[in-house]
Design a protein around this ligand. Structure first.
Ligand code: SAM
Length: 350
């Protein structure tokens, strides 16, 4: 959590030359990292049922009592924990957001981004110098089962939040039969479409590890007979032909222009004439909605995409140009009402 400051104290750092704002960034970075450590060590879960003394938390988490006490004090200073009568407790915000049992828990997000920032951003300078990613992000992710599960859980929950609006924005005709979800991993979006349209079937192409969570989502929805999961690489797997609707949700931002162009051409080849493609993306143009973290998120996200995958957040004219180059017309953009950053971009083949 950000360092707790009064408005006057914050002004001294942010609106005056009296103090370096970077000092707050240093403290906030340590706050983020400490919370990630507490999450991984199981501190918040240990405190789920009420306050405990440090010795008991150390026993439950298998940690060193002195090191743990210093971590707990740091977390209390930031507001993740409270401390009274020699016992530590989850703060109200931690209890609300960082316990894993909550259906909308923020724990998978904090855990995933802790791994990205500590595991990938240590050599950020390198990608900026060389102009390319320092590794293969998704190949790496496939080898990290816990991080992969956090990643797909985070996105599946987002699909639960956004899916209804997206289904409403993409009408499916009575004659439409087939939806292809490219890089659909957790399968939350095809399940939303199939629930709304009983005559539709879906195919999901993704890497094998990513599809493990997809298989669970589909089974829990009772849709195994209407969904085909196809493990494979996006650039080489068989996407089939004659689909009515192709979803490319949060995919193109992972790639450079030429690769995006190639994916869009593959989408065109997989569609029937007049079929539609839909992209879900945080676009580079961030709308001026009421103040919030949307702009900061998109800039951070775009930098992360460049560093980890060689991609970036595209702007709408660039995507429209790429779609036109792949043979699509009637390119449209809609900002989702349930998100500060996500846009649906749709286009028709031919
Ligand atoms: C950002 S996630 C988006 C997941 C889902 N479409 C959504 O919007 O929630 C990107 C997905 O693309 C998959 N992916 C990335 N590179 C891939 C590749 N080369 N071949 C197959 N799938 C890939 C990942 O495994 C992951 O599930």
């Amino acid at each position: 959590m950000p360092v707790p400051l009064s408005p006057d104290e914050a002004r001294q750092f942010l609106d005056s030359a009296e103090s370096p704002a970077a000092y707050l960034d240093l403290l906030d970075a340590v706050s983020f990292r400490s919370a990630g450590a507490a999450l991984r060590l199981g501190v918040f879960e240990a405190l789920a049922d009420g306050p405990l003394p440090v010795a008991e938390i150390a026993t439950r988490t298998g940690t060193d009592p002195l090191g743990l006490r210093l971590l707990l004090d740091a977390l209390a200073g930031y507001g993740y924990l409270t401390r009274a009568d020699g016992r530590y407790a989850n703060s109200a915000n931690t209890a609300r957001w960082l316990l894993r049992a909550a259906p909308d828990s923020f724990a998978p997000v904090l855990s995933f981004w802790t791994t990205v920032v500590t595991g990938w951003w240590h050599d950020l300078e390198e990608s900026i110098r060389t102009g390319g990613p320092t590794g293969d992000f998704y190949a790496w992710l496939e080898k990290q089962p816990e991080t992969l599960a956090d990643f797909q859980t985070m996105l599946r929950r987002l699909s639960g939040w956004l899916g209804g609006e997206i289904v409403d924005l993409l009408p499916v005709g009575a004659d439409d039969r087939s939806l292809l979800d490219v890089g659909g991993g957790h399968a939350g979006y095809p399940v939303a479409f199939l629930r709304a349209h009983p005559h539709l079937r879906a195919t999901v192409v993704d890497l094998p590890g990513a599809l493990e969570q997809g298989a669970v989502t589909v089974a829990e929805a009772g849709l195994t007979d209407r969904v085909t999961l196809c493990p494979g690489d996006l650039f080489t797997a068989d996407w089939g032909t004659g689909h009515d609707l192709v979803l490319l949700f949060n995919i193109v931002h992972g790639y450079q222009r030429e690769q995006v162009s190639s994916l869009l051409c593959r989408a065109a080849a997989a569609l029937r004439p007049g079929g539609r493609v839909a992209l879900l993306e945080p676009l580079a143009e961030v709308p001026q909605r009421p103040p919030g973290p949307g702009e900061a998120f998109v800039r951070m996200f775009s930098l992360n995409l460049f560093h980890t995958q060689g991609g970036r957040a595209y702007d709408f004219p660039e995507l429209a140009d790429l779609l036109a180059g792949a043979g699509f017309t009637d390119v449209r953009q809609t900002m989702l009402t349930r998100s500060d950053t996500d846009h649906l971009v749709t286009a028709v083949l031919g």
